[in-house]
Design a protein around this ligand. Sequence first.
Ligand SMILES: [Zn+2]
Length: 236
Amino acid sequence: MSKASKAAPLYQLQQLDAEIERVLAEYQAITAALRDDTALRQAIQAFEAAQQTLKQQQHILQAAEQELSSLEGRLKSHSDRLYSGALANPRELGALQQEIGHLRQLRSAQEDRVLEAMSATEAAQLQVTASSRTRERLEEARQQEQGTLRKRQQQAEARLSTLRQQRQQQAESIDSSLVQRYEQIRKLRGSKAVVLAEGGMCQGCRVALTASDAQRLRTGSDVITCGNCGRMLYLP
Ligand SMILES: [Zn+2]
C-alpha cells in the first residue's frame, strides 16, 4: 500500500459499514412487513361484521313473516265466519266486515315490511359474499407475499452475516487506534467519517485544505483529518 492511500482501508471499512446499514434497514423493513397483517385483519373484521348484519336481517325478516302469517290467519278465520252464514245480526256483520277491512290494511302494511326485510336481507347476503371474497383474496395474497418476504429476509440475513465477517476482517487489518478514531468521528459526524479530498477540498464540508495538509495528504505517513470538520481525508 502506498503512503498516500493510508486512509484507503478506512474508506473501505466505511463502505462496508454503509452497506451493512443499508441491508440492515432492508431486513428491518421486511420484518415489519412480515408482521403487518393490518389489511387482512380488517378484511376479516369486515366479513364478520357482514355476517352479523345478515343474521340480524334474517331475524327481522323471520319476525316480519311470522307477523304476516298471523295476520293472514286472523283474516282467514274472520272471513270464514263472515261467509259461514252463522252471523245473522246486521250489527255484528257490520262489525266483522269492519274488522276484516282493518286486518286487510294491516296485512298490506305488513307485506311491505316483509318485502323491505327481504331486500335488506338480500343486500346483507351480497355484502357477506363480497367481503368473503375480499378476505379470501387477501389471504391468498398474504400467503404469497409471506413466502416472498421470508425468502428476501433469509437473503438479507445471509448478506448481513457475510458483510459483518468482511467488516470484522477489514477492521482487524487496520491499526486499532485508527479504527477507534474512525468510530469516534462516525459517532460525532454521522455515517461519514472518511471523506474524499478532491480538488484540494474536503468533500465532507467543502472547505479548502491548507497547503500543508494537502502536501501531507499527498506524501504523508499519517491519516490526515480535515481542520474544519474533523473527518478523515482520503485521496484516492
Ligand atoms: Zn471537512
